[in-house]
Design a protein around this ligand. Structure first.
Ligand SMILES: [Zn+2]
Ligand SMILES: [Zn+2]
Length: 280
């Protein structure tokens, strides 16, 4: 089914995984657990998309359950979390720690809904992401082309970092996902300029993150997107370290089993050299 090289590193966790519950992903929880064991991961966290923006609810407000597209609902979340409990009991015995999480997409006014959901369900890990601006997904080829045509690079930067700041100050997330994912398609559209838009903006975000005990991830999906640096770039990683903002997880952002733990030997080395306390 898949052939993944075994990790050389010890005690590595993948904390950004989309199983087939996400509409844009495939693979059962069992398949991901077996793949995680085969590559030698010690811990995984499932982070299915939670896209509840009323503006895009018809398109994005979906969870796939037993192969059926279901509207995002408390019942759907419960089904997903129960499934994680089941695999945790099954594969935990084989030495794999399995955590329940969600990747929350920001939208205007999301805080109330996220807080209500989190009062009902216990999540181990809450990723927060800025995916949509004006209902257009910055992480999607077609949508991002439309979005970038509407705004110059400075305007995009303002809108994007404003969302991250709101997520970080909400008290409803533990970690910001793929901090500079605007590079994915933005590099081709705007050129090199996109690589510096964090300057003058990220400093304030770092303060918000520290004040709210929010960390960030090293997201290796940039490699399969054809970029040389992870999300975020080493420039941002170094600035975060200087500011005292914590790198807390590695995430492959896998949308199928053969993307699990992508480039994690290198990512774990980088993380450990920069933040030797990361696994302690
Ligand atoms: Zn994301
Ligand atoms: Zn993701």
């Amino acid at each position: 089914m898949f052939e993944l090289p075994r990790l050389q590193q010890q005690a590595v966790g993948d904390f950004h995984i989309h199983p087939g519950y996400s509409i844009d992903a495939e693979g059962t929880l069992d398949e991901f657990c077996l793949a995680a064991l085969s590559v030698g991961l010690s811990e995984i966290c499932f982070t299915t998309h939670y896209d509840a923006d009323p503006q895009n609810f018809d398109r994005d407000g979906i969870m796939v359950i037993d192969g059926q597209k279901e509207k995002l609902s408390d019942d759907a979340v419960k089904h997903y979390l129960d499934d994680i409990t089941r695999v945790h009991q099954e594969y935990g015995l084989m030495g794999l720690m399995i955590r329940p999480g969600l990747e929350f997409s920001y939208y205007e006014g999301c805080e109330k809904h996220f807080a209500e959901l989190q009062a009902k369900f216990k999540l181990y890990f809450r990723l927060g992401a800025a995916h949509n601006i004006d209902g257009l997904c910055i992480n999607d080829k077609e949508d991002s082309t439309k979005l970038f045509a509407k705004y110059n690079v400075e305007q995009i930067a303002d809108r994007y970092f404003e969302q991250l700041d709101k997520l970080a100050s909400s008290g409803l997330i533990d970690c910001l996902a793929h901090l500079d994912v605007y590079r994915r398609f933005g590099t081709e559209f705007y050129g090199d300029e996109i690589n510096s838009i964090h300057r003058g903006r990220i400093e304030r975000l770092f303060e918000t993150m520290k004040a709210n005990d929010v960390g960030y991830e090293l997201n290796t999906s940039a490699i399969r997107h054809g970029h040389f640096e992870y999300y975020p770039t080493m420039e941002i990683v170094n600035a975060a370290r200087e500011a005292g903002v914590r790198l807390i997880t590695l995430g492959s952002d896998a949308h199928c089993v053969n993307q699990l733990a992508l480039d994690f030997d290198m990512a774990a080395t980088v993380a450990h050299e920069l933040f030797p306390y990361v696994d302690e």
